[in-house]
Design a protein around this ligand. Structure first.
Ligand code: AHM
Ligand code: MG
Length: 341
């Protein structure tokens, strides 16, 4: 039996054969993976780890922080700040970018992460995950500020997520496809378990929080009504619905067996661009989805072409199997065109 390739060997071979990463990026991915192993260990302790439940604090989005949100954030900072690969970090759980402390060397990369996505699921023992991505720090000034991070998603040099489910899995893209790793818990090593993950172009499964249906804009209602009409409707086939309410788990399902994940903006607050975060959730996942042959938009344009205006910017999300995302994006574009007539 051919032995499995551990993450370290995978990264060294990527560097040696394809030269798509340098030493610093390779080491950065290693330390992020190490942090994810630590988070995985805490998540799986559950009630015994005394880490379930909420804190008294809220994050910049006004959401109550879970103990594990804060712990995961600290684990990622501790694991990455000292290595000399980073100019700065930004996290969904921190209001401002984090500069590398003076005692450590600075590098040329910027790390962004959502330390524990889907954290409302922690207390009910449902899968959560960590989402991360890397940009290059292009400014002359070594000091980073919010502006250093405001780069469109197509500039990401790496993105990944780790899903803490029945097994812990990490998906990585370096811009040349998506590869999957599974944590061998006894050995403490991520092992390569699938190369070249591909999302089927067509699907019969969708993930949407249907409870907001009454607030949707007309193109969303149109799209979902057509899916619900099944094989006798305009789409000519039946669709199934799944909603974990952890983006990492919902996107992982569509990477595994196809599907779409949608979180639209709605009419409750017409000034809000969406619910999910562009920099920590939408862009990294879009990079992965596109690299797996899927498509990702905000309903009107390619997600990774959006020029961010603020670090904690929110966005509507439509991602997954290409043919479906083309349809739902077209409906939104047609509606936008009618509105501007
Ligand atoms: P979080 O980063 O605060 O955990 O929020 C993001 C999560 C996503 O993982 C998920 O898709 C969504 O929020 C769930 O939203 P809802 O509560 O509407 O089901
Ligand atoms: Mg999140």
């Amino acid at each position: 039996m051919q032995s499995r390739v551990p993450l370290t060997r995978y990264l060294i071979e990527k560097q040696r054969k394809q030269q798509c990463i340098d030493d610093d990026l390779r080491l950065l991915i290693e330390v992020v993976a190490r942090a994810c192993k630590a988070i995985s260990a805490y998540v799986s302790k559950g009630e015994l780890g005394n880490i379930l439940g909420s804190t008294n604090s809220t994050n910049v989005q006004g959401e109550v922080q879970k103990k594990l949100d804060i712990l995961s954030n600290e684990i990622l900072l501790d694991a990455t700040e000292w290595g000399g690969h980073l100019a700065g970090l930004a996290s969904e759980e921190m209001e401002k970018p984090y500069s590398i402390p003076k005692e450590y060397p600075r590098g040329k990369y910027l790390l962004l992460f959502d330390p524990l996505d889907g954290s409302s699921n922690i207390d009910v023992n449902i899968s959560v995950g960590t989402i991360f991505s890397v940009l290059q720090h292009t400014g002359d000034n070594q000091e980073v500020d919010e502006g250093s991070f405001l780069q469109p998603g197509y500039k990401q040099v790496m993105a990944g997520y780790t899903l803490y489910g029945p097994s812990t899995q990490m998906m990585l893209t370096l811009g040349d496809g998506v590869d999957a790793f599974t944590l061998h818990k006894e050995h403490g090593t991520f092992m390569l378990t699938e190369r070249g993950v591909k999302i089927p172009e067509e699907t019969q499964e969708y993930a949407i929080n249907m409870s907001y249906q009454r607030h949707w804009y007309p193109p969303m209602t149109r799209y979902v009504q057509e899916l619900l009409a099944g094989e006798t409707g305009p789409r000519g086939k039946n669709f199934n619905m799944r909603w974990v309410a952890s983006m990492v788990a919902d996107v992982h399902r569509l990477l595994t067996r196809g599907g779409v994940f949608i979180y639209p903006r709605d009419q409750r607050d017409p000034s809000a661009k969406g619910r999910l975060r562009l920099m920590y959730e939408a862009n990294p996942m879009s990079f992965i989805v596109e690299q797996a042959g899927g498509m990702s938009t905000n309903g009107l344009q390619r997600m990774m072409d959006i020029q961010p205006e603020e670090l904690h910017e929110r966005v509507a999300v439509f991602m997954g199997s290409k043919k479906e995302i083309e349809v739902v994006t077209r409906y939104h574009q047609e509606y936008a065109a009618q509105q501007s007539d």
